[in-house]
Structures are given as structure tokens and as C-alpha cells.
Design a protein. Structure first.
Length: 193
């Protein structure tokens, strides 16, 4: 009887341990989430001048992503400066780049994306804070601390029915309820003195 109780206890602990490793739902361990990387600069570091307004013709950095969730139809990308406050509101900051309908089969954005509203692969680029299509390089003033520029990549289960005149608010409203995963990348910049 004692051997039977010890055996039952061992089996229970083994099963419990396996289930716990699967998030308690028997689905297996969760894989890594959507991951955004760049060879242009390390995450959290200073952004090189050629990608900023310190350069007269700044270019967009290169980005790659992995661990795309099943069911991804398109991606949306938002680059903004959350350190800026307009009109004393938490809802406004500076939009530096917004793009959507990046194909779900894509795994990168090349360096120096052209400032074209409608790309051949279906990607749409909206207008930045300067009211121009495409990438706007970081331009935080020399006074004060560096600003944190944030790239947010969203994996979506749909294609957005929005043209290039859509605003950031339009895009964020359209992706609401369709986000499968999100990845972040941050760079710091302030103008040299």
C-alpha cells in the first residue's frame, strides 16, 4: 500500500509539472513573442546621425523581425517620440513614421525606404508630423535629455482598408481588435550642441 501511495504521488507530481510548463492548459510551452531587431543600431542605444535630422537627408534604419504569429496577414509600423507633449495631452506626441499593409510574408524593412505612399508590395506609408509621406528622422533639441524614439511593429490578422491619407488615429482605430502580437524597439537621440 505504501509503495502504491508513493507511486501515485510521483505520477501526480510529474503530470502537474508537465502541465505547469504548458501554462496550465496543456498547449505546450509558449514560444518567444514577435521580436524586432536592427543592424542599424542596438536596441536602447543612441541612433546614428545618418538616421536623424542631424543629417540633411536622413534615411530610415533597417529592421528585421522574427517569431511571427500564425494567422498574420499584414504588419503595421509606428515610429513616434513619446517624450514630446502637445497641448498638455497624453494622447499626442510626434509621429515620425507610419506604415501599414506590410505583407504578412515580409520579415524586414530595408534601410532607406523610399518616401512613396503606395509601395509595389502593397505597403502603404502615411504622413509624418511634417505632413510628408515616409520617414522623418529624430530631431530632439540639444537642450535637455535625449528623447526615446519608439518603433512599434504590430502583427495583424487583417489587411487595413485605408489609403495613404489615413491619419495615425485612423490606423490605430483600424488595427484595434486585430493585433496578434506587438514588438518594440527604442533608440535615443538629441541634437549635438
Amino acid at each position: 500500500m505504501r509503495t502504491l501511495i508513493i507511486f501515485a504521488l510521483a505520477v501526480s507530481l510529474t503530470v502537474f509539472g508537465q502541465d505547469k510548463g504548458r501554462g496550465g492548459k496543456g498547449r505546450g510551452p509558449a514560444g518567444p513573442g514577435l521580436t524586432l531587431t536592427s543592424t542599424s543600431f542596438p536596441d536602447g542605444s543612441e541612433i546614428p546621425a545618418k538616421y536623424t535630422s542631424a543629417d540633411p537627408m536622413p534615411m530610415s534604419p533597417k529592421f528585421d523581425w522574427t517569431n511571427v504569429p500564425m494567422g498574420t496577414v499584414t504588419f503595421a509600423l509606428l515610429m513616434h517620440d513619446p517624450d514630446v507633449v502637445f497641448n498638455k495631452s497624453i494622447e499626442t506626441d510626434v509621429t515620425h513614421w507610419i506604415a501599414w499593409n506590410i505583407p504578412g510574408t515580409a520579415h524586414e524593412l530595408p534601410e532607406n525606404m523610399p518616401a512613396t505612399a503606395q509601395m509595389p508590395d502593397g505597403t502603404v506609408q502615411g504622413k509624418n508630423q511634417a505632413n510628408r509621406v515616409g520617414y522623418l528622422g529624430p530631431g530632439a533639441p540639444a537642450a535637455g535629455p535625449p528623447h526615446h524614439y519608439t518603433w512599434e511593429l504590430y502583427a495583424l490578422d487583417t489587411k487595413l482598408d485605408l489609403g495613404p491619407d489615413a491619419t495615425r488615429a485612423d490606423v490605430l482605430k483600424a488595427i484595434n481588435g486585430h493585433v496578434l502580437a506587438k514588438a518594440l524597439y527604442v533608440g535615443r537621440f538629441k541634437r549635438p550642441q
